[in-house]
Design a protein around this ligand. Structure first.
Ligand code: AP5
Length: 215
């Protein structure tokens, strides 16, 4: 969990790789649906471009489908889901049907000024999906990984970013207390500093809750 730009995608890739489990990002799934022009993608587009959340029933539907499709005996890493109390309750029900439970909930903590700086400079490759930042690659439009074209996400415009941060505070932040009181508990991790340092903090936090990243 964490606000827009906290590093959920960047860190989620690294943690999922270390644990050998798939990363299920509802944002990525929605962007994929938009790119393919499916009815779901068209419905999601207007919410995403306005910085609003996509309705809970739509999100729970795509998560249910993804859980059914993924062969993941060792589990899943959710990125950007759940974001509302209704989604958290829906997730508990979906996991209960599968006789599963959450092992851990991690939240990345980053101050707003840094979030805005990260989002305004974010660039994404249209070919391989690599996410980078103008602080690292400058003004180039060439992806450092595959040579594809780097562009800015359509919801990374300044006015939309402010709305996304407001929506996070109103609708998602209350979930931190919800999970702090749950069996899974909540670990808040400092998301500032170098990417590798944040990753190490996350691995340490996961080791402390016994998910075995050091194995
Ligand atoms: P989503 O795609 O999930 O976006 P988000 O939550 O707003 O988060 P971001 O992707 O902006 O940031 P991130 O935390 O992944 O940061 P990143 O690693 O990229 O959702 C988009 C939209 O889809 C939502 O607004 C909503 O409409 C809809 N949606 C999705 N899920 C939904 C749900 N469950 N319910 C309802 N609607 C939903 O990093 C950001 C930048 O910072 C990058 O450039 C990166 O290179 C850089 N960076 C990362 N770490 C560091 C570091 N340590 N130091 C310096 N730079 C860094």
């Amino acid at each position: 969990m964490g606000p827009p730009g906290a590093g959920k995608g960047t860190q989620g890739d690294r943690v999922a790789e270390r644990l050998g489990i798939p990363r299920l990002s509802t944002g990525d799934m929605l962007r994929e649906a938009r790119k393919s022009g499916t009815p779901l993608g068209r419905e999601a587009q207007r919410y995403m471009d306005a910085g609003e959340l996509v309705p809970d029933d739509v999100i729970l539907g795509i998560v249910d489908e993804a859980l059914g499709a993924e062969a993941a005996e060792r589990g899943f890493l959710f990125d950007g889901f759940p974001r509302t109390l209704a989604q958290a309750d829906g997730l508990a029900a979906l996991l209960g049907e599968r006789d599963e439970a959450l092992d851990a909930v991690l939240s990345l903590d980053v101050p707003d000024e840094e979030l805005i700086a990260r989002i305004s400079g974010r660039r994404v490759c249209g070919s391989c999906g690599h996410v980078t930042h103008t602080r690292d690659v400058g003004d180039t439009e060439e992806c450092p990984v595959c040579g594809g074209r780097l562009t800015q996400r359509s919801d990374d415009r300044e006015d939309t970013v402010c709305r996304r941060l407001g929506v996070y505070r109103e609708q998602t932040e209350p979930l931190l207390e919800y999970y702090a009181k749950s069996d899974a508990g909540l670990t808040v991790v400092d998301g500032t500093g170098r990417v590798g340092d944040v990753t190490e903090r996350l691995f340490r936090a996961l080791d402390e809750v016994g998910t075995g990243t050091s194995a």
